[in-house]
Write a protein that binds this ligand. Structure first.
Ligand code: SF4
Length: 282
């Protein structure tokens, strides 16, 4: 039988260690928490709210509604409830209002719905965080997410993306709000256990498009490996940390000629895809 108090202490210490070791927070910062309503983002909000007074943080939460029927509305409701319970202001944006299409309308234009979902969610999140004056965006990426992303990038030999890993990303453009990942060293199963043990309202449902993603396959593979050979995940993380020391190069960023958002090319990925989508719809 798990002792809830001890377990909560373990969670808090794990997150605190990551925050302190990698200097994720400074005093008097305005931090935007990317709040989907899933267990990881909810724990991130609860933990930062706990550290709020120590660091004099100004917390704000941002929820992006991608427009996934039968799924996202429940997540948004959970996000609202948790933000309200903790007294954190929630800013809500949606693909429908901001981009004039929902993910449901365009999901089959791509090999996986996760491709446009990720591009447009990051786009709106960054733009909104900049608009509200946040200095950093805290995301709920846990240890399993990070290992999956690392292996997927490794499998594609996409070495430029390595700079996007790690618990804290550098500021490389004034309009690109750097990410921090307080749950970087916390296994996914412990996040779920925290929510259940504490009876926290989280959105556990699985996205109807998740089976289309390469990530889902990588997750299954890693869980299988871990069950057969305990320690696989933490060994991958160790290799990953060593790789990071060599591959942290800074990319040059410009401002997109269409929307002004930071981009590695003249036109950002979101604008390029919006143009493709408009051409496909018309
Ligand atoms: Fe978006 Fe894919 Fe996540 Fe669903 S599983 S919310 S489509 S990234």
């Amino acid at each position: 039988m798990v002792n809830v108090e001890d377990f909560n202490k373990y969670i808090e210490n794990n997150v605190k260690n990551t925050v302190e070791k990698y200097k994720l927070l400074d005093k008097n910062e305005k931090i935007a928490v990317a709040l989907s309503g899933g267990k990881d983002s909810i724990l991130t909000l609860h933990m930062l709210n706990k550290f709020k007074d120590d660091y004099d943080l100004d917390l704000i939460a941002i929820t992006i509604d991608e427009g996934i029927s039968g799924y996202r509305n429940d997540g948004v409701e959970v996000a609202r409830k948790n933000a309200e319970d903790l007294g954190v202001k929630l800013v809500e944006k949606s693909f429908g209002d901001e981009l004039e299409f929902k993910l449901d309308d365009i999901h089959d234009f791509y090999k996986s719905a996760c491709i446009p979902c990720g591009v447009f969610r990051r786009y709106l999140l960054n733009r909104t965080a900049y608009e509200v004056g946040a200095i950093k965006i805290a995301t709920g990426h846990n240890l399993d997410d990070e290992i999956q992303s690392f292996l997927m990038t490794f499998a594609r030999a996409d070495f430029k993306r390595f700079r996007k890993f790690g618990p804290k990303l550098d500021t490389i453009h004034k309009k690109l709000i750097p990410r921090i990942k307080p749950l970087w060293n916390l296994p996914e199963k412990d996040v779920g256990m925290w929510a259940v043990l504490n009876n926290i309202d989280v959105h556990f449902a699985e996205c109807p498009y998740s089976h289309t993603s390469a990530r889902a396959k990588m997750k299954e593979f890693l869980n299988q490996m871990e069950s057969e050979q305990k320690g696989t995940k933490s060994n991958i993380l160790k290799s990953f940390q060593k790789t990071l020391q060599f591959e942290k190069k800074t990319a040059k960023l410009y401002e997109c000629e269409k929307c002004g958002e930071p981009s590695s090319l003249n036109i950002c990925k979101a604008c390029e895809m919006i143009e493709e989508i408009k051409n496909s719809i018309l």
